[in-house]
Design a protein around this ligand. Structure first.
Ligand SMILES: [Zn+2]
Length: 303
């Protein structure tokens, strides 16, 4: 296993910070101070200049369908989250939970291990024409949600150092006239995290399943964290179909009290020699093997 080393001291913009309070695990344990986006390329460390960086544009005419990429298995995604806490960490709004036996997990779908849910967070724009990190056929969505999972064979705060350490699900979000109830837990409580605050949203009875698109089709590629130190240790799953957020709900994310967070997306990175794969969706319900064997027997017998 490759252990990626990062030199955090070289540019002097990073702080390692202990976070206290409920669900206080930091995004990857590392914070970066409020840099203007225009300063990012010069100030980000060497690890942000690799050949497998994220986000990318996905060109559907260039992707390779992989028949081994079947549906992801979502475990405990239908269970109400344990002590979910909304956190303004200075560069996004994220949701932390406390681990328990019902922690949501993903497996299969081409993943070679079980990955446990760690946190989710959002990237969004000040206008409808900007916001998502990934783009699909050069289309930019106004918002993108990242559900971060870590390989359960590693410690939660160490996983980002390993080549197979993280699996992130990316969901595009488009705007609709109607509210999406699943996002109310966020939009209605953002006012409680205008400062660098956290706020318990247990009462919202939130499940992760409610936040996912109904269609399971997805793209897969190997990439990086989109914030420093940009470790190239992320297996990305980008769902092909968006979910919706209400126009009134996204206004809450664009509130002037969250001005430091809006437009918190990293620019598109070069694909270089990577191939983006697409999951296999034949549109035909797969029959269990025994039914296929019986069916052949009937055909032969009646011949
Ligand atoms: Zn993200």
């Amino acid at each position: 296993m490759t252990l990626i080393s990062t030199s955090l001291g070289s540019v002097g913009i990073f702080v390692s910070r202990e976070v206290t309070g409920p669900g206080g695990n930091h995004m990857f344990g590392i914070e970066y101070l409020n840099l203007r986006r225009s300063d990012w390329p010069e100030n980000w460390p060497e690890t942000c200049k690799g050949k497998k960086q994220s986000p990318i544009n996905i060109d559907d005419s260039e992707v390779k369908i992989n028949k081994n990429l079947r549906d992801i298995k979502f475990v405990n995604y239908d269970k109400v989250l344990n002590n979910p806490v909304l956190v303004n960490n200075g560069h996004s709004v994220k949701l932390d939970i406390e681990d328990d036996s019902n922690v949501p997990k993903i497996q299969d779908g081409g993943l070679k291990a079980e990955y446990k849910f760690q946190q989710l967070h959002f990237h969004w724009g000040s206008e409808n024409t900007t916001g998502s990190e990934h783009t699909l056929n050069n289309k930019i969505y106004p918002m993108e949600m990242h559900l971060v999972h870590y390989n359960s064979k590693y410690e939660k705060d160490e996983a980002h150092n390993y080549e197979d350490g993280l699996a992130v699900l990316a969901v595009f979000i488009k705007i609709d006239a109607n509210d999406n109830n699943a996002f109310s837990a966020f939009s209605q409580n953002l006012k409680f995290v205008y400062g660098n605050d956290s706020y318990d949203i247990s009462s919202s009875d939130l499940t992760l399943q409610a936040l996912l698109p109904k269609d399971s089709l997805y793209y897969r590629y190997q990439g990086s964290l989109t914030t420093p130190p940009c470790n190239e240790t992320v297996i990305w799953t980008v769902f092909a179909n968006p979910v919706t957020i209400g126009i009134e709900q996204i206004k809450e994310f664009r509130n002037e009290s969250l001005d430091d967070l809006v437009n918190n997306f990293r620019p598109i990175q070069n694909l270089n020699d990577r191939t983006v794969e697409k999951s296999y969706n034949s549109g035909i319900q797969q029959l269990p093997q025994v039914v296929i064997v019986l069916a052949s027997f009937v055909v032969v017998g009646s011949w």
